[in-house]
Design a protein around this ligand. Sequence first.
Ligand SMILES: Cc1cc2nc3c(=O)[nH]c(=O)nc-3n(C[C@H](O)[C@H](O)[C@H](O)COP(=O)(O)OP(=O)(O)OC[C@H]3O[C@@H](n4cnc5c(N)ncnc54)[C@H](O)[C@@H]3O)c2cc1C
Length: 466
Amino acid sequence: MLSGEVPRWLGARLGSLAADLALVVGDAHVLTDREVAAGYAVDWTGRYGAKRALVVRPATTAETSAVVDLAASYGVPIVTQGGNTGLVGGSVPNRHDSLIVSTRRLGTISDVDLRAGLVTVGAGVTVTGLTEHLKGSGWRFAVDLGSRDSATLGGMTATNAGGMRVFRFGTMRRQIVGLEYVAADGTVASHLRSLIKDNTGYHLAGLLCGSEGTLGLITALRLRLIRERTHRLAALCAFDDLDEAVEFAWQLRATAPSVEVIEYLDAACADLVHMTQRVPLPVRGQALILVEAAADTDPLDEVAGAIGRIQPSPTDVAFALGEHRRAALWRLRDEVSLALSRLGAVHKFDISIPAGTLSHVRRRLEAGLHALAPQATAWWFGHVCDDNVHLNVTGPDLETHRVEELVVQVVLDAAGSISAEHGIGVMKAPFLHHARSAGELAHMRAIKEALDPQGILNPGVIFAER
Ligand SMILES: Cc1cc2nc3c(=O)[nH]c(=O)nc-3n(C[C@H](O)[C@H](O)[C@H](O)COP(=O)(O)OP(=O)(O)OC[C@H]3O[C@@H](n4cnc5c(N)ncnc54)[C@H](O)[C@@H]3O)c2cc1C
């Protein structure tokens, strides 16, 4: 039993569940303090969430299994939450009777297999936590994103996160060698072996990757690592024209093998971070390209040589060789979302479009936005060599769904995707039928119903509630 009284704000059903959960994880890890629990119930954007939720924090796979079993017996919906950095409203409840299962205490990390470059992690380990663990091992983890201090490897798997290095190393899916999850009835399904080849039936890890908490709770992962490099540099290249910046980015990717990050920022984003976050802006242009290269010998000659040869060439370039200067350039890119969030309501989009269409799509979207809401401002940045941009719109209030409808329409007209890497969540669930065929949707629903017949795992995520 929870020592002391179960708070009345939980209501009878969640209150009784809370008492049972405390027997599994201990009083301290069933969060019944309304203020504390509220911190888990609203997402990073502040746009999605519920006024109340019960939060439980299991520390092991066995505890997670028992928690799910209990929630299922009460018929209480489960929202799995990692770092709560998701941007599509999937990590928080959209109603008041839910249980949030926080994975942050699933934090174990195994010894690194130094020969094969493999490690096993609990789902609650963050990118930064894993990076610290790998220091000095000669290995590193390939997926990197601005939310690295909070985003968990379980959440990143559940969203098939992309980030800054996808064009070289792939998304989360490519890093996963094995996976363990707890199904909706509490069953543990574990496959964490290290075999390079293993075609034994369905690839359940691939299915869980990108499932956004709707098919099971990921508890552990066997991850592939990449070699750490001893030398690193960053550069910021300025252009007066977006098409020239994009062409440059693709040529750089093709001609400089040590380059592993090529990120795009438009002038407005760079100026915003410069002014509001007080980050130095060493070069200026309508479009900026942030480059990072890594190698076992100094990559400066290779990168500077490639930049010098490529046509169209940048109007200005700033190189950052030391760690501090590199970190300062990185802040320009990493802090865009934070700076935008301080402007008030932000409509966030994560679109991918066919190669060579960015300028065209941008013109169409900005014209449409202007007609819809003259006060709207569009902010553009993202993973240019994945043809993936993060369009953020400020100005119109968040009730204005016409902004979403416009973006979806323009992206689909351009044969693009409404979710490059953030997932569907609840935000894009109403639009999923525009993005996938009737046959695909029927198969997706069949999988969901087979693995979660009660529909208790993240209801409303991916599939809009009927
Ligand atoms: C500043 C900033 C920068 C970002 N940059 C990028 C970027 O470059 N690329 C990118 O892809 N994303 C980016 N994101 C989005 C976000 O960080 C990713 O979606 C990340 O993968 C979410 O991880 P999380 O642990 O925070 O998951 P959460 O936000 O907690 O959850 C996300 C989804 O996964 C589910 N989930 C979480 N953990 C589990 C689990 N263990 N088992 C099953 N389901 C689970 C949740 O139910 C939810 O549906 C960024 C976000 C911010 C705030």
